[in-house]
Design a protein around this ligand. Structure first.
Ligand SMILES: [Zn+2]
Length: 409
């Protein structure tokens, strides 16, 4: 690959990340390569760049150099919503440079999300607007009052904020809808079709039923919590196999997203799906006030679970970079091909004995884990800064509480 780009000061590169194993599966770039960065963008990727031409050189020997991760399912409206954490401190230790907040803000609270979260964040920040105008101020019930599901109001907010709002979020299960049935999802469908953006639907427990939900999903929509283990919305049918209707929708273009979270990832469901050759399209964390305490913890831990399940490292990285970028309809992100923004993560793959837990605290013994060592946004390393302590209400469910004593960090 040719090198190009001459910085104004005579050095060719602001930074070279030297000698790492570059892994950008979505762009088909891989191997022992140097990455040259100029003015916040990837200027060159080549087997050897002249290190004397760079102001700063990071030695990445023995590490993987990937596009900064994209987390398609996060909750980062800190201080305003029940679930929100702060993104920047977690990004600096986990390699996640693009954060999609899914539904924390509704129409009434989106201006605050833009002003107080998206604009000041160091990380790239986007959102799916909650169908409910009150968003996720409280843990649940946001769709139970249909007066808050104001489609014309949501359309107005989206039209003013299309640079940040990339789709619609609706959590559809018994607790969020509480007696109003499938009506909120019909309204979310109408909203998504009106603005021409994808719809992410969270599933949980009936009512409404998974049949009713699937009937309203379209290619390009996102089914999050796809490998949940409990509840009537599990994608595994009574015959112990992935439901035929889910397979048909997936083949037509429905995006299956993990959204691990506190209640939505089961090794049993994952093992059945993967054995049938049904891989998730996107691996996301559903990081929030509870899930960040474990057993989800962060994106590297979540991705390591899929390495344990037998997926290859390129397959896993693709599902946290170019695949979520495609789901967000932002193919410019999630890649480090020359010309792209220099959002870059470095990882070591550590070998040892690691116990991974799903949300039911079912354990699996793994032998590899991803450890993030550097995270850059626009070519600038994110500083490691302390994370805020959890909110007073953020108590893990009883069966998960042992994880906090197991985890030593
Ligand atoms: Zn979530």
């Amino acid at each position: 690959m040719a090198t190009h780009g001459e910085a104004a000061n005579g050095t060719r590169y602001d930074t070279i990340i030297a000698g790492g194993d570059v892994l950008d599966p979505g762009a088909g770039i891989g191997g022992r390569l140097d990455v040259g960065i100029t003015d916040g963008r990837v200027a060159a990727i080549a087997p050897h760049l002249d290190r004397s031409m760079a102001r700063t050189v990071f030695d990445a020997t023995g590490q993987y150099v990937t596009p900064g991760l994209i987390d398609l399912h996060t909750h980062i409206y800190w201080g305003v919503t029940y679930w929100g954490i702060e993104a920047d401190p977690v990004a600096a230790r986990s390699g996640v440079t693009t954060w999609l907040d899914v539904g924390s803000a509704g129409a009434y609270s989106f201006p605050g999300f833009r002003r107080y979260i998206a604009e000041p964040n160091r990380v790239r920040t986007f959102a799916l607007l909650n169908l409910s105008a009150i968003g996720l101020i409280a843990p649940t019930f946001e769709l139970a009052t249909l007066e808050y599901c104001n489609v014309p109001l949501a359309v107005s907010i989206i039209e003013e904020n299309r640079d940040i709002i990339l789709g619609i979020k609706a959590r559809i299960d018994a607790s969020t809808t509480r007696g109003v049935g499938i009506r909120p999802l019909e309204m979310a469908r109408e909203l998504a079709d009106t603005v021409g953006l994808p719809l992410m639907v969270h599933i949980g427990t009936s009512p409404p039923t998974l049949d009713e939900i699937l009937a309203l999903l379209r290619p390009g929509d996102i089914l999050t919590h796809c490998f949940r283990t409990q509840g009537e919305h599990r994608i595994i049918g009574a015959n112990g196999r992935v439901r035929e209707d889910v397979i048909a929708l997936h083949e037509a273009g429905l995006i299956l997203d993990i959204g691990h979270g506190t209640g939505s990832f089961g090794f049993d469901t994952a093992e059945i799906a993967l054995a049938e050759g049904i891989l998730p399209d996107v691996i996301s964390s559903d990081i929030h006030q509870l899930a960040v305490q474990g057993p989800m913890f962060d994106m590297p831990t979540t991705l390591s679970k899929f390495l344990h399940l037998g997926m290859s490292l390129p397959d896993v990285i693709e599902r946290a970079t170019s695949r979520p970028a495609a789901a967000m309809r932002r193919p410019d992100l999630g890649t480090i091909k020359p010309g792209s923004a220099a959002d870059i993560a470095l990882f070591r793959v550590e070998e040892g004995e690691y116990t991974f837990y799903d949300t039911q605290m079912v354990a699996r013994q793994g032998t590899r884990r991803l450890v993030n060592t550097l995270t850059m946004v626009d070519g600038v390393p994110l500083p490691r800064i302390p994370e805020r302590k959890r909110m007073v209400w953020a108590n893990l469910p009883a069966h998960q509480q042992p994880i906090t004593s197991m985890h030593t960090k």
